[in-house]
Design a protein around this ligand. Structure first.
Ligand SMILES: *Cc1c(COP(=O)(O)O)cnc(C)c1O
Length: 363
């Protein structure tokens, strides 16, 4: 067998997965644990699948240090469905929720919540171009919850310490694109959610971590597939779950444990990000980062070149060098290097080498 071609994958999501994870999935694809079937072909109520979903949860609990009074759910509909499910479950009729708006994703979450009831922007950095973290927050002490997006995937702005809500206001976080990229203190949160396809697996499963007392807020009349309380009580098995995607996130959690856990992973993530930010900062203005230095994401690095023509050429030539997925989101323009957990230090080094050569030729 010839070795399959693997590129340096800087895609923002779906994104690169660890090679070992893909190899294990491949090795187990035709005969999962001696069943003579693929994990895609077995019942979600079988003991084999039960073991998959239970170890997925146990490993995630270990990685993040999730306290016992929290439930872990594996749901469908993406992080985008959580934009709606969250206010449907946690915001009582007539109540208002606070949103910190720091980029496209928190803006979208805020918009969805506004359709369904009352939401307020506790801060909004759009006028400043979504480049940084808010200087101050205008917080409602009676808010149903305070929502923020820990890493803005498109604008490359990341919170490294949680905002502090007023006493008694639950903190909620969309951590889709920095999920399991560094340790967090889960006990500070009432609810966290993350689509798997950025940092933790394939598209199709969304992890929701919720503190037990929040489940008492779910109103009685919600459709069952939107009802946290029922979904949590069923152990994510009210209906057929996205079984293969859950199997894949389990492999990623096991890989993350083998890497030494989230503190070890954060160290590598910081090293990769530093390499690329240094290349930007040392380019004498040829490369310009989008985010302000104090808000720079260690997951997504959007940057511009002197002209759009050069940006097009950069993307094309990078591709020829097996550096894939570097074109930025149309709303920011330019380039974006997404360097999730599965991106290796070597990948970041290759990108930096290419950036330097490209500048020498075109600067
Ligand atoms: C990608 C992304 C989303 C949307 O995720 P879907 O799973 O496609 O709905 C939401 N929030 C953040 C921070 C994201 O990066």
């Amino acid at each position: 067998m010839t070795t399959p071609k693997r590129v340096f994958n800087f895609n923002p999501g779906p994104a690169a997965l660890p090679l070992e994870v893909l190899e294990q999935a491949q090795a187990e694809l035709l005969d999962f644990k001696g069943t003579g079937m693929s994990v895609m072909e077995i019942s979600h109520r079988s003991k084999e699948f039960e073991a998959v979903i239970q170890t997925a949860e146990a490993d995630l609990r270990e990685l993040l240090g999730i306290p016992a009074n929290y439930k872990v759910m594996f749901l469908q509909g993406g992080a985008s469905l959580q934009f709606a499910m969250l206010p449907m479950n946690l915001r009582a009729a007539g109540a208002s929720a606070d949103y910190i708006v720091t980029g496209t994703w928190s803006k979208t979450a805020f918009k969805e919540a506004s359709k369904l009831g009352t939401a307020r922007a506790a801060a909004n950095t759009e006028k400043e171009g979504f480049k940084g973290l808010p200087a101050s927050l205008d917080l409602d002490p009676n808010a149903a919850y305070l929502h923020f997006t820990s890493n803005e995937t498109i604008h490359g702005v990341e919170f490294f310490t949680e905002p502090t809500p007023p006493a008694g206001v639950p903190l909620v976080c969309d951590c889709s694109s920095d999920f399991i990229s560094h340790p967090i203190d889960v006990s500070k949160y009432a609810l966290l959610y993350a689509g798997a396809q950025k940092n933790a697996g394939p598209a199709g499963v969304t992890v929701v971590i919720v503190r037990d007392d929040m489940l008492e807020r779910t109103p009685a009349n919600l459709p069952v597939m939107l009802d946290y309380k029922t979904l949590a009580a069923s152990g994510s098995l009210h209906n057929t779950p996205p079984a293969f995607a859950i199997y894949m996130v389990r492999l990623v959690f096991q890989w993350a444990k083998k890497m030494g856990g989230l503190a070890a992973i954060e160290k590598i993530n910081r090293q990769k990000a530093q390499l690329i930010y240094n290349a930007i900062d040392e380019s004498g203005g040829f490369y310009r980062g989008h985010a302000l230095p104090e808000a720079r994401s260690i997951m997504n690095i959007p940057f511009r070149l002197p002209s759009e023509e050069l940006e097009d050429t950069f993307a094309k030539e990078a591709k020829k060098n097996d550096l894939i997925g570097l074109k930025g989101h149309r709303s920011v323009g330019g380039m974006r290097a997404s360097i999730y957990n599965a991106m290796t230090v070597q990948g970041a080094e290759e990108l930096v080498k290419f950036m330097k050569e490209f500048q020498k030729k075109n600067g």
